[in-house]
Design a binder for this molecule. Structure first.
Ligand SMILES: *Cc1c(COP(=O)(O)O)cnc(C)c1O
Length: 365
């Protein structure tokens, strides 16, 4: 209902500091709420009052609530949940302690920095079958897995370079059937998509700052009980960390749950459709996703001779519009040319999108 949507958007917007211009960059880093900022700052104050280790003990219930939200949002009901410094940290921990053979299958559109971590840990990479848009070819998955069984599947449910939503639940089921462990990269999917059916995954990791709008420098790793060996588990439990940011992320997750994950996700699907409708064909830019792809991430291919890096800079400098430049290193096995990403959150308005379209036309000429 439009009334509810307006309420959600209005509440989300008024819960945070006023935005300078138009923020269409949630896939990189959303805007934190006052409550999240205050929670992290109050924890630092408490550390100064009672001592950092005593304050950490007092924060334990807040962190447990954050972990419980992660279990609920992933459907991993009995998962061990660890705070990390981000998604790449989670993947690094998983792969560095991987006990088995080091072969791994992933999508052709795999995130570039993930590929580097995989290579660093000696993993040989095989590609899962995908169509011309980079979407997993489910029909071909079974035979691809049996013809050369990888030791592990790494599946990115939503990429950084495209708004195409990948079928994580179906992949987990197929991997289960073949006895292959599966790790889910939910850096772009968590909070954004309904991921409450990932319960059979071996591990899911994500970042705080993207669609859940928590602080930077924090993430979570959820694993099936006992997946991690003792050493990395102890390291995660005892490493020096910024507990205040964990508290802030936990508060962000609490806010997400209070808004209602289904309501946020429905609104984000609307935002994606509205963004694509507003921007496709503007000054020769073309939207890569189908108009109704169920995500809020829109990627735009430039017209010939237009440099998306320059356009991103000019949108910010001349129009106070924040977007993302996507170089091919984001997804080196799939991207052939750079692109521009527009990823507003639930509070974007039609006027905002019209202003983005007008500014895009102005800076493209
Ligand atoms: C942002 C991102 C990452 C890395 O997250 P960090 O928190 O920066 O380590 C991994 N995978 C995808 C798909 C991402 O978008």
């Amino acid at each position: 209902m439009p009334g509810d949507v307006e309420t959600l958007a209005g509440q989300w917007r008024s819960a945070r500091p006023p935005v300078a211009g138009i923020h269409a960059d949630s896939a990189a880093c959303s805007r934190q709420s006052f409550a999240v900022i205050d929670a992290a700052s109050r924890h630092a104050t408490h550390e100064a009052e009672v001592g950092g280790y005593v304050a950490a003990e007092a924060a334990a219930p807040a962190l447990d609530a954050g972990r419980a939200a992660v279990r609920a949002l992933t459907g991993m009901v009995d998962a061990e949940v660890y705070f990390t410094t981000g998604s790449n940290h989670g993947l690094d921990i998983l792969l560095s302690s991987w006990p088995g053979e080091r072969t791994l299958a992933c999508l052709p559109g795999e995130f570039g920095p993930n590929l580097k971590i995989m290579a660093h840990h000696g993993f040989e990479i095989r590609e899962l079958p995908a169509d011309e848009f980079g979407r997993l070819d489910l029909g071909a998955l079974g035979s691809a897995l049996t013809s050369h069984l990888p030791a592990l599947v790494h599946f990115t449910v939503l990429g950084s370079h495209s708004g195409i939503v990948q079928p994580a639940h179906a992949v987990i089921s197929a991997c289960r059937a073949h006895g292959i462990p599966v790790i889910i990269d939910a850096a772009q999917g968590f909070g954004h998509l309904d991921l409450a059916d990932l319960g059979a995954a071996d591990a899911v990791y994500t970042s705080s700052r993207k669609w859940t709008a928590g602080p930077r420098g924090v993430g979570v790793l959820a694993t099936r009980p006992g997946l991690l060996p003792d050493y990395p588990r102890q390291q995660l439990a005892h490493a020096e960390t910024n507990v205040g940011l964990h508290v802030g992320f936990s508060v962000a997750l609490g806010e997400h749950v209070a808004f209602g994950p289904a309501a946020i996700q429905a609104r984000l699907r609307e935002v994606g459709a509205a963004t694509r409708a507003a921007l496709d064909h503007v000054a020769g830019w073309r939207v890569r996703e189908h108009a109704d792809e169920p995500s809020a991430t829109t990627t735009l291919r430039p017209p010939d001779g237009v440099d998306p890096m320059q356009v991103r800079s000019r949108l910010l400098a001349e129009h106070s519009i924040l977007t993302t430049y996507l170089g091919v290193e984001r997804a080196p096995r799939e991207m052939h040319q750079p692109a521009l990403r527009v990823s507003p959150h639930v509070d974007v308005t039609d006027e905002d999108l019209a202003a983005v379209a007008a500014a895009l036309a102005a800076v493209t000429r």
